[in-house]
Design a protein around this ligand. Structure first.
Ligand SMILES: [Zn+2]
Length: 171
């Protein structure tokens, strides 16, 4: 999982899922998602789509706005890049492990200023060559403050705005 997450921090991408990518191109490679739904009940878009323990949020233009990985489970399923196939990982890396892997791979990272008092903190990376996209990694400090495990990771874009006058894409 450390390798996959280091790559996620460097590129914002796992198995072809990254912010600003086209979601139809993802389904062409990975097949249909396991689950999907609306983000808000009263609007048809955006929607979320789930593959194992990864999910993406997609706007009505079928552009991926956000890619999330939940790692707080004992076992975590991440798509391999082939339809219906997953890697299963048993334990999430800790902050010292992941930050060392970023440094070794030349991926700049920084700690995010905390605006809450929850027992967690976040570090983030910027994606080289992909302005407007950051990847945030949140760690929980409750049980093992010296080696906080990764709780979740999110790649988010701030670059795309849906054109106001375009009709929703059918389908
Ligand atoms: Zn859009």
């Amino acid at each position: 999982m450390l390798t996959v997450l280091t790559e996620f921090g460097a590129t914002g991408s796992i198995a072809g899922m990254r912010p600003l990518a086209s979601f139809p191109e993802v389904t062409a490679v990975l097949g249909p998602p396991e689950k999907s739904g609306r983000i808000s009940d009263d609007q048809p878009w955006p929607q979320w789509f789930q593959y194992g323990d990864m999910s993406v949020e997609v706007c009505r233009c079928r552009i991926i706005n956000r890619v999330s990985v939940r790692t707080w489970y004992e076992s975590v399923r991440i798509p391999t890049g082939r339809p219906g196939e997953f890697h299963t990982f048993e334990a999430a890396p800790t902050c010292p492990q992941l930050s060392a892997a970023f440094s070794a791979a030349g991926v700049p990272w920084q700690r995010v200023k905390q605006t809450h008092s929850l027992p967690q903190f976040t570090i983030e990376t910027d994606i080289a060559g992909l302005p407007g996209v950051t990847v945030a990694f949140t760690f929980t400090t409750g049980e093992t403050p010296d080696a906080p495990p990764l709780h979740s990771a999110h790649a988010v874009e701030f670059a795309h705005e849906c054109p106001e006058d375009s009709a929703p894409v059918p389908g």
